[in-house]
Design a protein around this ligand. Structure first.
Ligand code: ZN
Length: 467
């Protein structure tokens, strides 16, 4: 007997041929899709049936680069600040002041907002890991499991102490907000071995993709990690059959001496199909060739890069070079919403304007970048499509709405007119997690969670004195 049957609606499988069933159905058993096709060809016998008539049924969206805890700082101090100003004066003082309970609240709110927007998988870049005690990390992972989202936790590694040049830059940037408590640039710096051992132990303890949690080693920044730290992270990823991720060339080409960051990473052996590089905004044509040649994956964080005014990643060149790319919403205090469909619209629009070429990044390409391509970018080919045998992450987006009518091409409609708020039903790993547009797995009232987040956020802002 089938566990769960979604029946009716336009099923966009995102398979190799991008097959669409105009009146389709998806049958799910044991967390996997066991049938997909026209309604009349899929069994009608199921323990539970959800009527998805009037929706577009699509694969659960994959958000390939995010930060979680600063969701409680949304709307604070993000105006007229560049990357380092925002990072040193707002984000770091705010998130470092948070208690474990506040991080858990942030993680819960993040998971709820993600699922309600159709995002069933995200890659968290946890940049502030305290390797001496992983209580906060473990508590956040528990929160993701409780809400029922699929989380990849990039455990941050920072093992290169700040040098004089960095400290001088930091001091100049900090001078804008002398009243907010400073976060020492080496607050999270640890010995290389401590971080690499720590991440291996964490993988052994918590990495369980079948249960929705993956752990990756995640050097935070090229300029904040030693060569040994980066090489060690790639080795750990290889040994445990996971990936590794880091931030690369978000604002500068050369983050470490005269070589471009990408060239440096290539020289030390960090590029390859186990590496997912966030941003890659300031990269050269040669860098793009190196990324393509090594089959390195890229997470494109368009809206955050627009907000911080760091520029346009050469997405068109990277796609032409056949680099596998996903899209990330990055920091929720920059995006601001975790509305990956909205980001897809931006990706499909901004590059056309930037290149003055209406032919670049077609809607289908942008949609691939949050479904099948994103799944390949994180080495999860069992996600991102609706095919027999893939994990049952399925989203039904309500199409019977003025802004999505008419919709002769459902992909075009979703990319240019769809938003997370249009999502009606979400299944993650075979479990019904969103019903009628709202989270169904919380152990308390949704309104209570939101009220708690509002109060806690104001308390943090006041406590830290953020402006
Ligand atoms: Zn990031």
């Amino acid at each position: 007997m089938t566990d769960l049957l979604l029946t009716g609606g336009r099923v966009l499988t995102q398979d190799e041929d991008r097959t669409v069933y105009e009146d389709g159905a998806v049958a799910i058993t044991d967390g996997r899709i066991d049938a997909v096709g026209p309604v009349e060809e899929v069994t009608s016998e199921a323990n539970r049936v959800v009527d998805t008539d009037g929706t577009a049924v699509v694969p659960g969206l994959v958000n390939s680069h995010v930060h979680v805890s600063d969701i409680l700082l949304r709307g604070v101090g993000a105006t007229d600040r560049g990357l380092y100003d925002w990072l040193f004066n707002v984000k770091q003082p705010g998130t470092v002041a948070m208690t474990t309970e506040e991080h858990v609240l942030a993680a819960t709110l993040y998971a709820v907002e993600s699922l309600e927007a159709g995002v069933t998988t995200f890659v968290e870049n946890a940049t502030e890991v305290r390797w001496g005690s992983l209580d906060t990390t473990e508590a956040k992972l528990d929160a993701y499991t409780d809400v029922g989202v699929r989380a990849i936790y990039g455990a941050g590694i920072h093992d290169l102490p700040a040098d004089e040049e960095f400290l001088a830059h930091w001091t100049d940037v900090r001078a804008r907000d002398p009243e907010t408590p400073p976060v020492d640039p080496d607050e999270f710096t640890v010995e290389t071995e401590t971080a690499l051992d720590g991440v291996e132990r964490l993988i052994e303890r918590r990495h369980d993709p079948d249960d929705g949690i993956s752990i990756w080693p995640a050097p935070v920044l090229v300029e904040g990690t030693t060569t040994e730290g980066l090489q060690g992270a790639y080795e750990v990823a290889t040994r445990h059959d996971v990936m590794t991720t880091t931030h690369v060339a978000e604002a500068e080409i050369q983050e470490r001496g005269p070589l471009s960051s990408v060239e440096y990473l290539n020289n030390i052996g960090y590029l390859g199909d186990r590496a997912l590089l966030g941003h890659c905004v300031k990269v050269t044509d040669r860098d793009v060739r190196l990324l393509a040649r090594t089959d390195t994956r890229v997470a494109h964080n368009l809206r955050a890069n627009m907000r911080l005014a760091t520029g346009f990643a050469p997405v068109v060149s990277m796609l032409e070079a056949d680099i596998t790319m996903g899209v990330g919403t990055d920091n929720p205090m920059l995006g601001d919403a975790i509305d990956l469909l909205g980001d897809t619209q931006a990706v499909a629009s901004v590059h056309k304007g930037h290149h003055r070429d209406p032919g670049v990044v077609p809607a289908q390409q942008a949609f691939d970048m949050v479904t099948r391509d994103a799944a390949r970018a994180i080495d999860r080919p069992d996600l991102g499509t609706l095919e027999v045998g893939t994990r049952a992450d399925v989203v039904a987006v309500g199409m019977a709405q003025p802004q999505l009518t008419p919709s002769p091409d459902p992909v075009h409609a979703l990319v240019y007119g769809g938003h997370g708020s249009d999502v009606e039903t979400v299944v993650c790993d075979g479990e019904l997690v969103v019903e009628n547009g709202q989270i169904a797995t919380l152990d308390r009232e949704r309104s209570e969670l939101l009220a708690d987040a509002e109060t806690t956020a104001s308390d943090i802002v006041e406590r830290v004195g953020l402006v």
